[in-house]
Design a binder for this molecule. Structure first.
Ligand code: ADQ
Length: 470
């Protein structure tokens, strides 16, 4: 389609899970899917990955289906591979490790073998789909070895990788028994994109310390005979789309319904997948500390925490759910009155449109992950605000978004009293200061938007390494 980006080839996107676009799902898709759809709708191409289906027998051939400019290519996985590659190695080894939770990470050789096996299967099924000039853009921690597996099959196309989650400190990464192999896998890409400069630094520090690699020329690095470029390419949202969405009747209906239920109280909102990296129990304890610090007659606030169910087959997530439910019950039991419940905990997802209306109504948006690659909820909250009467974002210093959104109240999510003070400051902040902070943040959200993210990635993909003999 758009040769301006890709020359003679086409774009081939690979992610573990593929979201086949439909008008209904577009409104429910999460950050990664929305971003990839934005790129593919603009330049066209193939989106390859797991279909979401599991089989007892070895999976049948790749299924292809077209929707507008996007050609979907889907493979099933066996039940056992899905379990060990996805539920186990990706979600119980890499996810906790990369989010600094080695206490929750399990290192199991069978899981790792399945991880490599599925990456090999992906490579074998992807290779026949590739034309000589196609560029391949591979996403996230599920698929780190895919470049190595493709190269092994003789694929010479340009390959880029983007890590949506943080890259951990070298000492943390070094606890992984397969650290060296996975780091070398990353070096087999032409471009390795991270969310933030911190992630870039951590990865390059590892490459330097453990692999003896070196940065050679303007962002290009070398390890043994591999040359690759490492860059921070922060992901964003489409702020105009969000601003339009919040004006729709559906969003305003949702806003009104929620407002009617508040009895004039101010609203604090938290929206996340139910994941231990998002700091939900710590946030609830901070809210409890806020209520404790107020006179009962001043309890003019309600907190809505919306936590979409996530990875519920994984035991750590089942435990988190019990913990959050227990805490919610405890806080409501302690502080509720006959006509007021301080905390509403909703274990479900909402459409993006409905969320935008709820964001707009909220005086405080609480985004307090213990560790997060970027966190798109922070940007969505900012984009949904009314510039004439905006809410205040309370943002964890450990979210990638904190590097951009300096108009937020930046907090340490482990310090529940600091978070409680920030909530209080947000609830009582004068209009001028709220407007000033919002203005700074919306500029950043616009500056690092979704188009900038994919177009910078594709631009880097076309660059060739310098010819200098470094
Ligand atoms: P996630 O960990 O899923 O993404 P995030 O960036 O916040 O985190 O994206 C979540 C998306 O899901 C947002 O678009 C949000 O609106 C939506 N969502 C969350 N809770 C919801 C609910 N209850 N109902 C409906 N929608 C809900 C990973 C990384 C992040 C990185 C993204 C994109 O962990 O750090 O920002 O990828 O790169």
């Amino acid at each position: 389609m758009s040769s301006e980006w890709l020359g003679d080839g086409q774009l081939v996107v690979v992610s573990n899970r593929v979201t086949v676009a439909s008008p209904k799902k577009a409104n429910q898709a999460g950050g990664l899917a929305v971003g990839l759809l934005a790129a593919l709708r603009e330049v066209g191409g193939i989106w390859f990955g797991w279909s979401g289906e599991t089989t007892l027998e070895p999976p049948g051939p790749v299924r292809r289906q077209r929707s507008g400019p996007i050609q979907y290519a889907l493979t099933d996985l066996t039940v056992d591979d899905f379990e060990d590659y996805y539920s186990n190695f990706a979600n119980r080894t890499l996810w906790p490790l990369f989010h600094y939770r080695i206490d929750l990470a399990t290192y199991n050789h069978r899981w790792y073998a399945a991880y490599r096996r599925v990456n090999r299967l992906f490579a074998e099924r992807l290779q026949p789909l590739l034309g000589p000039d196609d560029v391949v853009w591979i996403h996230d921690y599920h698929l780190i070895p895919l470049a190595s597996e493709l190269r092994r099959l003789g694929v010479e196309n340009r390959l880029a990788f983007f890590l949506h989650i943080p890259f951990p400190a070298p000492e943390m990464f070094a606890t992984l028994p397969w650290q060296r192999e996975l780091a070398l896998d990353l070096c087999n890409y032409d471009i390795v994109g991270f969310q933030t400069e911190t992630d870039v630094r951590q990865f390059l520090a590892y490459v330097d310390l453990e692999l003896g690699g070196q940065v050679t020329h303007a962002g290009w690095s070398r390890v043994e005979n591999r040359r690759f470029r490492v860059a921070a390419i922060p992901i964003g949202i489409d702020p105009d789309e969000f601003a339009r969405m919040v004006e729709t009747p559906e969003a305003q209906r949702q806003r009104q319904r929620l407002e009617d239920s508040l009895g004039g109280r101010k609203l604090i909102i938290g929206v996340d997948r139910l994941d231990y990296t998002k700091g939900i129990p710590e946030r609830l304890k901070a809210f409890e500390a806020l209520l404790e610090s107020m006179e009962p007659s001043d309890h003019g606030v309600s907190f809505v925490q919306i936590s979409a169910p996530s990875r519920s087959e994984v035991p750590e997530y089942q435990r988190l759910r019990v913990e959050v439910e227990t805490l919610s019950g405890h806080i409501n039991g302690r502080f509720s009155d006959a006509d007021w419940v301080p905390l509403r905990y909703l274990n479900r997802s909402f459409s993006r449109t409905a969320l935008s209306g709820m964001f707009q109504l909220s005086r405080v948006g609480l985004v307090t992950p213990l560790r997060d690659g970027m966190n798109l909820v922070a940007k969505e909250y900012v984009a949904a605000q009314d510039a004439e009467d905006p809410g205040v974002l309370v943002l964890s210093r450990f979210a990638g978004a904190a590097g951009e959104l300096d108009g937020a109240l930046i907090v340490n999510p482990y310090d529940i009293y600091q978070v409680a003070r920030a909530m209080d400051a947000g609830l009582t902040m004068p209009l001028d200061e709220r407007k000033d902070r919002h203005q700074r943040m919306i500029q950043q959200v616009r500056h690092h938007d979704i188009t900038g993210w994919w177009s910078k990635s594709l631009r880097l993909l076309r660059e060739r390494p310098p010819l200098a003999a470094e």
